[in-house]
Design a protein around this ligand. Structure first.
Ligand code: CP3
Length: 349
């Protein structure tokens, strides 16, 4: 019962019988059990109810059997501690976006447990239930947060700019207030992740989904220093951190410089090459293209085996998709992906 979760073993580079595997966005609309609850409750109601969020977190554990449960929440939730009003339709909506430097100086700096303490309760409940429901080895509980840059992308009013490029424009035009915003977001995210670690998260993932919008030099100035601060804070609490950047093929040296324990990459990066170049210094997570799960089982099998064959060390690696599972993915294909990884590194097609 108390054996170390296989996902933690991989992060600590201990030997594992198969790669630990989970899927980003593994709780959600591709599961009919989730959709049934969604008919009765809004997304935010589900996030804010400890009972419902725990149930939704555990649904994929029972149905597709991954090695980790990621707490059901959203990267935007902790922004409420700053006085930001959010909604989902289903994409994120910020009701009071940032349009001026006064909006940034007047952001609230209250204790995140006041607005988001329920997330810490969900971590505890998920962990308690995983201990009761699953056999040894226990499955890992993952906490998460958005990286400051990505949160700034949602917070800053974008004007005419598509794909959150308005944030790049704002950061260059209003350097001082941009960095003040990043500093405030970093402090918020540190406290929010510490709350999850103290509640029992085995590891946490930081999502810099929009980091790939920046070139390497700008990433080093506008996002990386804040990520480094968060990584140090979390690691000093003894918790490993997985760092995800979408569209990060040009940012691997910067991701390495974050100091994270594990880099989560998408399918546009060659996993074998990445491991060859950086694998002795950092663990990797990824990187199957989520659209491949719409293919036949034979194709899923072949591409999953190909991904696993890139990993020669048999440790220091977590299997995952390169981004979130798409909402119309056939569930039996999601399960098949997990099953193929569970066969082990060496089993033949
Ligand atoms: O991985 C999991 O299973 C945990 C749950 C989770 C959600 N959001 C639930 C969610 C996680 C880890 C996130 C993180 C998140 N949220 C990110 C970073 C990861 C990534 O995808 O790049 C980002 C950028 C967001 C912001 C966000 N929230 C978007 C863009 C959307 C719309 C997505 C969509 O598919 O429509 C959301 C809403 C959201 N977050 C849903 C879920 C299950 C859909 C809500 C619904 O069911 O109506």
């Amino acid at each position: 019962m108390n054996e170390m979760p296989i996902l933690l073993k991989s992060l600590k580079r201990l030997p594992v019988p198969h790669a630990p595997v989970w899927m980003m966005r593994q709780a959600g609309r591709y599961l009919s059990e989730y959709r049934a609850l969604k008919e009765k409750y809004s997304f935010l109601e589900m996030c804010r109810s400890v009972e419902l969020a725990t149930e939704v977190t555990l649904q994929p554990i029972r149905i597709i059997n991954p090695d980790a449960a990621i707490v059901f929440a959203d990267i935007l939730l902790p922004l409420e501690a700053m006085g930001i009003e959010i909604d989902f339709a289903p994409g994120p909506i910020i009701k009071n976006p940032i349009t001026s430097s006064t909006d940034i100086t007047s952001l609230k700096t209250q204790d995140v447990s006041k607005t988001n303490g329920y997330v810490f309760e969900i971590v505890k409940e998920v962990k308690r239930n995983l201990c009761l429901e699953t056999q040894s080895p226990r499955k890992a509980v993952l906490g998460f947060a958005g990286a400051p840059w990505t949160l700034a992308c949602y917070l800053i009013a974008q004007g005419p700019h598509k794909h959150y490029l308005g944030t790049n424009v704002y950061a260059r035009e209003h350097k001082k207030s941009f960095h003040l915003l990043m500093d405030k977001l970093t402090t918020l995210i540190e406290d929010y992740l510490i709350g999850q670690v103290e509640a029992g998260a085995d590891a946490v993932q930081l999502f810099d989904t929009w980091g790939g919008n920046l070139g390497a030099k700008d990433y080093e100035e506008l996002s990386l220093p804040y990520v480094q601060r968060i990584v140090q804070t979390i690691q000093s609490r003894g918790c490993p951190l997985v760092f995800y950047v979408n569209g990060s093929n040009h940012l691997l040296p910067q991701m390495l410089a974050s100091g994270a324990d594990c880099l989560s990459i998408d399918w546009r990066t060659d996993l074998k090459e990445a491991i060859k170049q950086y694998g002795e210094r950092v663990c990797f997570q990824g990187n199957l293209d989520p659209t491949l799960l719409y293919g036949s089982k034979d194709e899923i099998r072949a591409r999953t085996k190909e991904m696993l064959s890139a990993v020669e060390t048999q440790t220091g690696y977590i299997a995952n998709l390169g981004h979130g599972i798409l909402s119309t993915t056939p569930r039996e294909h999601a399960k098949y992906f997990i099953d193929v990884v569970h066969e082990g590194f060496l089993a033949n097609a």
